[in-house]
Design a protein around this ligand. Structure first.
Ligand code: RNT
Ligand code: ZN
Length: 419
């Protein structure tokens, strides 16, 4: 039997097993095909960007490892992203940070950036069928310090307000050019190592800065605000905590970004989805994998990601949830890291789409607790892998582990030669 025949036969059998519990596998694959991930551009170069080449990463975030082959230029980054994309089924977006502009050797400070610095990205995105999302960048800059938008020093605060306003403008131009709003994520690292004398003071300042930033209305971008628990060196207090942004988002109808690494480790992010959907317009996700802290390990198919995807599907909210990735691992092949994390996220959504939800809900309505539990358990071992393989085959990307050798080849031919 050829590999293709094996995949097809396994799929036929799987389809029958799923049909027996009321699940249409073709419909699930069709829905999965429409789910675009927003791939984070910063996995390929360890969050370096193209602004101050050689400057160190600040803002309480850290990349560990020094595996050879980091993308050093915009050309290398684009080449790596296209390579990664070729192993990920479906059509995806690209999330850029402000520091990834095409500055062409010009020194452009954060309060001077303009849409023209992203013109080549917009063309590139169009050419490769990748819509763009955007992020303002508060870290890795001489004015970053411990406080940016929440800084009592008006000069510094105004610098970052101007930066963030310009990032919204850029996002809007991206959205307009691609005929689809760009998601603009606002995450700042503001906080302190020790407990401040007034937690309130900085939050009041941040609220005012945000109001000023959001005063302009745009049609082609959507504002997302990302909270965090703590940063390295900023352990005692984070101005933009979850409570802060949840409150702000609910009050001002902004999209709250849930980064799966930004909560206490036993807190369920999945449980937040249905609550946010009731009170905020949409949800932005940063899918990541925290190990003991916000370590940004490569996403794998674990319970946290499966629970999260399942909740989104159970809420029938694929059209209101934007799935971005956010991790950075420099200890392994970086293109491999993209592919493993992206495919794991997609697998979680496939599993969610294959859940025999009608039958589970029927049991629940009938107060049949044992039956519901038993079916949930049985669903875990239904042959979803055969559906995943078929999805990859249909989408023209490598099935199963066959992408490993291809990434090794790219490493031998391209990334290992970057010295
Ligand atoms: C940091 C946030 C933020 C960044 C990126 C680079 O903890 O998660 O989203 O990871 O903006
Ligand atoms: Zn994040």
């Amino acid at each position: 039997m050829t590999k293709e025949t094996v995949i097809k036969q396994a799929f036929e059998i799987a389809a029958e097993r799923y049909a027996a519990v009321g699940v249409d596998v073709n419909k699930a694959m069709e829905q999965l095909g429409k789910l675009s991930l927003s791939l984070h551009c910063w996995q390929a170069d360890d969050v370096t960007g193209f602004e101050n080449q050689g400057g160190s990463l600040t803002g309480g975030i850290q990349v560990t490892g020094n595996y050879p082959g980091r993308a050093r230029t915009i050309e290398e980054l684009r080449q790596d992203i296209l390579k990664a994309k070729s192993f990920i089924p479906g059509t995806h977006r690209l999330s850029l940070h402000e520091t990834y502009g095409d500055f062409q050797g010009e020194r452009v400070d954060r309060n001077e950036v303009e849409p023209r610095h992203f013109a080549s990205w917009m063309e590139w995105g169009k050419e490769h069928n990748m819509k763009l999302d955007f992020n303002s960048t508060s870290f890795s800059h001489p004015k970053s310090g411990n406080l940016t938008l929440a800084n009592p020093d008006k000069a510094i605060r105004d610098f970052w307000i101007e930066h963030t306003k310009r990032c919204r403008w850029i996002s809007n131009e991206m959205g307009k050019a691609q005929g689809d709003p760009a998601m603009m994520n606002l995450w700042i690292h503001d906080g302190s190592k020790e407990v401040p004398a007034s937690r309130l003071r900085y939050r009041q300042i941040l609220e005012q800065s945000l109001d000023e930033i959001f005063a302009t209305k745009y049609d082609w971008m959507k504002d997302c605000i990302e909270a965090k628990l703590f940063g390295i060196g900023l352990e005692s207090y984070t101005v933009g905590s979850y409570d802060f942004y949840l409150g702000y988002g609910a009050k001002k109808q902004k999209i709250v970004t849930l980064d799966t690494g930004h909560f206490h480790l036993t807190e369920s992010i999945a449980d937040k989805v249905s609550a946010l959907l009731l009170f905020t317009p949409e949800i932005m996700l940063h899918v990541s994998r925290p190990i003991r802290w916000d370590s940004d390990h490569v996403v794998i198919l674990n319970d946290d990601v499966m629970d999260l995807a399942r909740e989104i599907i159970r809420c029938d909210a694929l059209d209101r949830v934007h799935v971005g990735l956010d991790y950075f691992d420099a200890t392994i092949n970086r293109i491999g890291a993209y592919v493993v994390g992206s495919r794991a996220t997609q697998k979680a959504f496939l599993l969610a789409l294959l859940e025999p939800i009608q039958l589970l809900r029927q049991y629940e309505d009938e107060d049949k607790g044992f039956e519901r539990l038993a079916l949930q358990e049985e669903a875990k071992s239904l042959p979803w892998g055969a559906v995943w393989d078929m999805f990859c085959l249909q989408q023209g990307v490598p099935v199963g582990e066959s992408f490993i050798a291809e990434i090794e080849k790219y490493e031998a031919d391209v990334t290992s030669k970057r010295k």
